[in-house]
Write a protein that binds this ligand. Structure first.
Ligand SMILES: C[S@@+](CC[C@H](N)C(=O)[O-])C[C@H]1O[C@@H](n2cnc3c(N)ncnc32)[C@H](O)[C@@H]1O
Length: 247
């Protein structure tokens, strides 16, 4: 098979946060496949390049479409937001390879890293991810809510800084409130909590509060929520977690 498939991430939004390796892959592609708003972030550099935009909910279908284009000899780039391996398309591509045409395993498939929302959000407010941290998606589209609660509980018990992706959507308005309730039972009320919206874009905005006062309605689909560890602190207008955790 002569085609190829590269999975890339556009970064959080600002053009400067797209990596040169991603730009090079995009420039070489004959076909771009992705969710419409992410494709819109990619500047048109070649009029002969085909764009296949789809809805956000059809990840596996989109991955299969990209793989069949590559198998037919096209140079395909699958476009995600942020990093393509973090709650995004790279895993869908490999799931499609695992369950699809055995010939797809011989394809030239590559993943280019991108700047994920968690890193862009942290940079907006200082260094909240300076110590050990974890990332949890609050979306229960692909996993049971009971699993999410178990992971939140374990992360809080282990005193990780917790980055919450997909904290809210119109279809899931109560989950972040429930997550805060669960975390409040384990962590101190004065633990710093950050709501960072549109991080790494010109519209970036951050709210710093505490776990006791955190109001779940302040998050939307473009927000990344960071809940600190016991060592996370506010220093002037910044928030930081020291690298060390010695008593
Ligand atoms: C399906 S996940 C995709 C994550 C993406 N692959 C990444 O690496 O950033 C979508 C969630 O990422 C977070 N997100 C994406 N871009 C963001 C940004 N610029 N600022 C804050 N949060 C963002 C939000 O929590 C959003 O609901």
């Amino acid at each position: 098979m002569s085609g190829s498939l590269v999975v890339v991430g556009t970064g959080p939004g600002k053009a400067e946060l797209m990596t040169p390796a991603t730009l090079a892959a995009l420039a070489k592609a004959t076909d771009l496949v992705g969710y419409g708003p992410y494709l819109d972030r990619v500047p048109v550099t070649r009029p002969d390049q085909r764009r296949h935009a789809s809805d956000n909910r059809v990840e596996l279908e989109r991955a299969r479409h990209a793989l069949s284009l590559a198998a037919s000899g096209r140079e395909v780039v699958v476009v995600s937001g942020g990093d393509p391996g973090v709650f995004a398309m790279a895993a869908a591509v490999f799931e499609a390879v695992e369950t699809g045409d055995p010939a797809w395993r011989a394809l030239d498939i590559r993943v280019e890293p991108g700047v994920t929302a968690m890193l862009a959000a942290a940079a907006e407010v200082g260094a909240p991810l300076g110590g050990d941290f974890c990332a949890i998606s609050l979306s229960d589209n692909l996993k049971a809510w009971t699993i999410i609660e178990r992971r939140l509980h374990a992360a809080a018990e282990a005193d990780f800084v917790i980055a919450l992706y997909n904290p809210a959507s119109k279809a899931r308005p109560h989950q972040l409130a429930r997550a805060f309730e669960l975390l409040r039972a384990i962590k101190a009320g004065d633990t710093p909590v950050l709501f960072v919206r549109a991080a790494g874009t010109t519209e970036a905005a951050a709210i710093a509060t505490t776990l006791a006062a955190a109001d779940a309605t302040q998050a939307d689909m473009r927000t990344l929520v960071i809940v600190g560890a016991s060592t996370t602190r506010r220093i002037g207008r910044w928030v930081s977690t020291p690298r060390g955790a010695k008593p």
